[in-house]
Ligand binder design. Structure first.
Ligand SMILES: [Zn+2]
Length: 382
């Protein structure tokens, strides 16, 4: 009945991509009021998170944080910012040596970040071949679209000095979600093999645990999923939670990443972690879980959470910002149903981990060198 082969990321992603090209700013943005002589030095030899307090100031409909000005050394592999406000949608304006490079107010949605205001603001460098961590004076100005409930917020800054070779994930069964241990380990093992075979950082698995929650069936259309992700507590902030639910209340979704990317390196936020449905991976007989497919879904959602977009979106008009991933054009929609299927795109990214949808019997285990490089530059890779 619900043979929907969609692997969604955040529900807002598609609408944000649709805005690209239609609502770009006119270039008259206000500069960020930042003094580079006062920049806070970030040392190149630490892989750490630094939290900066942000004082809010209301200006019209928006609320601005006093800019955090950093002196970034050369040679960083990765750099990311994250900020969440309990009341308002958030985003960033970023200037390099005085020039705006990201502007959520006047030039939202531009690649390679496709940054727009959202429940949780995240910016990551790199997002493609050309957006590696800047060096020099970097001014970060947080913006809230509305009023904050607090006088102060927290800007998280994560750095990565070199390319990482391992990413740790923590499988967490939600409430009484049932999946037999053999199948769970087979699925996790498949995700490990996908990353390994593609030359991506190795996935290191924590032992599966269980989290208390009212139900194994979770509503992804309300704030329940945000609350679930925010409730996860792990000893290591650089571990990515993988929440496993029996299903979403509205069935048909394989899994969800929180953002592209998520706030990796920060736990306890509404976007900390990915979520997988067990029951969506049942085979046609309704009893067998397709472990390999579940593993591929995990590989896919982790890809989003770490900064990878779909190589090709459903209708073929939008593609990721990477030069070396295959793009499947809309003209390949040979059956004319308005959507590109895996068989229609076999030679043009249908086998890529980050293709927008899956297909029975066709494995999706490919990642391009740039996709691998972005995974390795994540602040949580080590
Ligand atoms: Zn996806």
């Amino acid at each position: 009945m619900w043979n929907v082969r969609v692997r969604l990321s955040s529900s807002t992603l598609l609408s944000a991509l649709a805005l690209v090209g239609s609502a770009l700013g006119c270039g008259d943005s206000d500069p960020i009021d930042a003094d580079c002589d006062e920049a806070i030095p970030i040392t190149p030899d630490i892989d750490a998170r630094v939290d900066f307090p942000v004082r809010w100031e209301r200006r019209g409909d928006l609320t601005y944080g006093e800019p955090v000005v950093l002196a970034i050394p050369p040679g960083l592999a990765g750099l990311a910012f994250a900020l969440e406000d309990p009341n308002a949608m958030a985003g960033f304006r970023v200037a390099l040596d005085g020039d705006l490079v990201v502007d959520v107010v006047d030039e939202f949605g531009e690649g390679p970040w496709f940054h727009y205001e959202d429940r949780l603001a995240v910016l990551q460098f790199p997002m493609d071949e050309a957006s590696g961590p800047p060096r020099g004076c970097v001014a970060i100005e947080p913006v809230l679209f509305g009023a904050s409930g607090a006088d102060e917020g927290t800007l998280h800054v994560m750095t990565q000095s070199g390319l990482g070779t391992q990413i740790t994930i923590a499988p967490i069964l939600v409430a009484d979600t049932f999946i037999d241990d053999t199948t769970l380990r087979a699925a996790l093992g498949e995700a490990v093999r996908v990353y390994q075979d593609a030359g991506a950082p190795g996935l290191v698995l924590d032992e599966p645990t269980t989290i208390d929650w009212p139900s194994a069936f979770v509503d992804d259309t309300t704030s329940e999923l945000d609350q679930l992700r925010a409730s996860v507590v792990l000893a290591d902030e650089r571990t990515i939670p993988v929440l496993i639910v029996q299903d979403f209340l509205e069935p048909g979704t394989f899994g969800l990443a929180a953002g592209v990317p998520g706030p990796n390196g920060v736990l306890g936020t509404s976007w900390s972690g990915v979520v997988l449905s067990v029951d969506t991976h049942l085979s046609a007989d309704g009893t067998t879980i397709e472990a390999a497919l579940l593993g591929e879904t995990l590989a896919h959602e982790l890809g989003h959470q770490l900064g990878l977009f779909h190589t090709t979106e459903a209708e073929g008009g939008e593609h990721d910002p990477l030069a070396d991933t295959p793009e499947c054009p809309a003209s390949r929609d040979t059956d004319g149903d308005g959507e590109l299927s895996v068989p229609e795109c076999l030679e043009e990214g249908g086998r890529n981990v980050m293709f927008w949808t899956a297909e029975d019997g066709i494995r999706q285990r490919e990642l391009s060198p740039t996709q691998v490089a972005i995974l390795a530059a994540s602040p949580v890779a080590r």
